[in-house]
Design a protein around this ligand. Structure first.
Ligand code: GLC
Length: 421
C-alpha cells in the first residue's frame, strides 16, 4: 500500500512537470498554431526527441496533449520529409543572442528551425501512443508523415548507401559532447572545450555552405554512423511495420523487411570482435574508422534482436562494476574510459552522467530479452533517483546528485513508464 502511494505521487509530480512546461500559441512566420512541452524552464523551445519522450509519458495522463505535441512537430515537416531538431516557435531576445543556435539555422529556408535532425524516436512514439489510446484514426492520419521522415533519412542521410544513417554534427545524436565524437575531431586528449571549439568551427563552415548536404558530405569533416541513432532508426521502422499491420499488410511487410536489413547492418558494421561491444563509425578520406570509446551508444543494440552471443557480451559490459554498473547506472560513458567525466559539476553534457531517457531504452531491452533481475535493479535505481532528487536533466552515476543539471526536466518523467511492470 505504502509503495503504491509513493508511486502515485511520483506520477502526479511527473504530470505536473510536463504541464508546467506547456507552450501554446501562434507563429506568424510559419502561419501555424503550436502546442508543445519544452524540456525545462530554460530550454524554452521544441526539441524533436524531447517532444517524442514527453508525448509517450503524456499519453498516460492526457492523450489529447500527447497527440497535439506530435502533430505540432509534424506540422513543420518539409517537402522532402525533413523534420528539424529544434523549432523556435518564439524567438525571445535572449535567444537572438545565442550565437551557437543561429549557426544551426538556415535562414534561406526558415529562421524558425535548425537544419539538423535528432534521433528518430517518432516511430516508436506513434506506436506507444497507439498502445495507450488504441486510436487508430490518429495513427492513420499521421503515419505517412512519420514514414516520410524515415524515407528522408534513407534518401538524404546515407551517402555511402549501406542503409545506415549518417549524422553530420554531434548534436544530431542528441548526445552532444559524448567523447566518442572526440575521435573524428582528433581531440585524443578528450578535452571537452576543444570539442566545443571544433563544433563551433563546423557550424561556421556548414552555415557558409547554407547547410547543403552534398557539400557537407563531400567535405566529410563529421560523417558519423552512430550506433544509438541507427538503433533508434531501426526501432522506428519496426514500430511502423507493427502499426501498418492493422490496415496495410503489404506496407507492414516491406517496412518490416527494411528494419531487419538495418538490424543486420548494425550487427555487421558496428560489432567489434576485439572488445566485444558495438562502436560507431566515422568516415574520413574515403575510409571508415571505428570510434573505440565505450559509451551508452555502444549498449543500444540490446534493444534489438541481435545474436545471443552479442547480447551476453553487452550484458557483461553493463553489469561490470568497472564499466557501466555504477551505483546509479547507466553512466553515459563507461567508467574505465579516460574520457569519463567531468560529471554534474559542469554543463559538459554526456560525459558520463546518467540520463533517464537512455535508461528507459536500456530497460526496454532488458525486459524484451527477459533479463528480469537486472531490469528490476535498473528500474529501482532509476525510480530512486527521481524520487530522491526530482525529475532532473541528468544525475551523477556515482553519488546520484544532479549538481548543475536542469530541474523539472520533461523527459526524466519517462521513469514512471517503469512503474507499471
Ligand atoms: C541537450 C541534449 C539534447 C536535448 C537538448 C534539449 O542539447 O544533449 O539531447 O535534446 O539538450 O533537452
Amino acid at each position: 500500500m505504502e509503495k503504491m502511494d509513493k508511486y502515485s505521487s511520483l506520477k502526479d509530480r511527473a504530470f505536473s512537470v510536463l504541464k508546467e512546461n506547456i507552450k501554446e500559441g501562434y507563429n506568424k512566420a510559419l502561419r501555424k498554431k503550436y502546442f508543445y512541452i519544452s524540456p525545462d524552464r530554460f530550454h524554452f523551445h521544441q526539441w524533436f526527441w524531447d517532444s517524442c519522450f514527453h508525448s509517450i509519458v503524456m499519453a498516460n495522463f492526457n492523450p489529447d496533449y500527447a497527440k497535439r505535441e506530435i502533430e505540432t512537430l509534424l506540422s513543420v515537416q518539409q517537402e522532402d520529409g525533413f523534420i528539424p531538431h529544434i523549432i523556435f516557435w518564439e524567438w525571445r531576445l535572449r535567444d537572438k543572442l545565442q550565437r551557437w543556435w543561429k549557426k544551426e539555422v538556415n535562414e534561406k529556408i526558415s529562421r524558425c528551425f535548425t537544419s539538423e535532425v535528432q534521433p528518430p524516436v517518432i516511430g516508436l512514439t506513434l506506436l506507444l501512443i497507439y498502445e495507450k489510446t488504441r486510436d487508430l484514426e490518429f495513427v492513420k492520419s499521421n503515419i505517412n508523415k512519420v514514414e516520410n521522415f524515415y524515407n528522408y533519412l534513407a534518401l538524404k542521410r546515407d551517402p555511402d548507401g549501406d542503409g545506415l544513417i549518417s549524422i553530420v554534427t554531434p548534436m544530431e545524436s542528441g548526445m552532444d559532447l559524448s567523447p566518442q565524437y572526440n575521435i573524428p575531431f582528433k581531440n585524443l586528449n578528450h578535452d571537452p572545450d576543444l570539442t566545443k571549439k571544433r563544433i563551433t568551427e563546423l557550424l561556421i563552415r556548414y552555415k557558409e555552405w547554407d547547410w547543403n548536404l552534398e557539400k557537407i558530405f563531400n567535405a566529410s569533416i563529421f560523417d558519423v554512423e552512430d550506433v544509438a541513432y541507427n538503433t533508434i532508426y531501426c526501432l522506428g521502422l519496426e514500430a511502423l511495420s507493427g502499426l501498418y499491420s492493422h490496415f496495410d499488410k503489404g506496407k507492414s511487410t516491406r517496412i518490416g523487411e527494411r528494419a531487419i536489413f538495418i538490424k543486420n547492418k548494425i550487427v555487421e558494421k558496428f560489432w567489434d570482435e576485439e572488445q566485444k561491444i558495438y562502436f560507431s563509425i566515422f568516415h574520413q578520406s574515403g575510409k571508415e574508422h571505428k570510434m573505440r570509446v565505450k559509451t551508452i551508444s555502444s549498449l543500444f543494440p540490446l534493444t534489438l534482436d541481435i545474436p545471443h552471443k552479442h547480447l551476453n557480451h553487452l550484458i557483461n559490459h553493463l553489469k561490470e562494476e568497472k564499466e557501466f554498473w555504477s551505483p546509479y547506472p547507466v553512466p553515459s560513458v563507461s567508467m574505465d574510459e579516460p574520457s569519463f567525466g567531468p560529471l554534474t559539476n559542469t554543463r559538459y553534457l554526456w560525459r558520463g552522467t546518467t540520463w533517464v531517457n537512455t535508461n528507459w531504452f536500456i530497460a526496454r531491452g532488458l525486459q524484451k530479452h527477459g533479463y528480469d533481475n537486472i531490469y528490476k535493479e535498473l528500474k529501482a535505481k532509476t525510480l530512486e533517483l527521481v524520487s530522491k532528487y526530482g525529475f532532473c536533466e541528468y544525475y551523477d552515476p556515482l553519488r546520484g546528485e544532479p549538481g548543475k543539471a536542469m530541474r523539472n526536466f520533461g523527459w526524466s518523467t519517462l521513469a514512471i513508464e517503469l512503474i507499471n511492470d
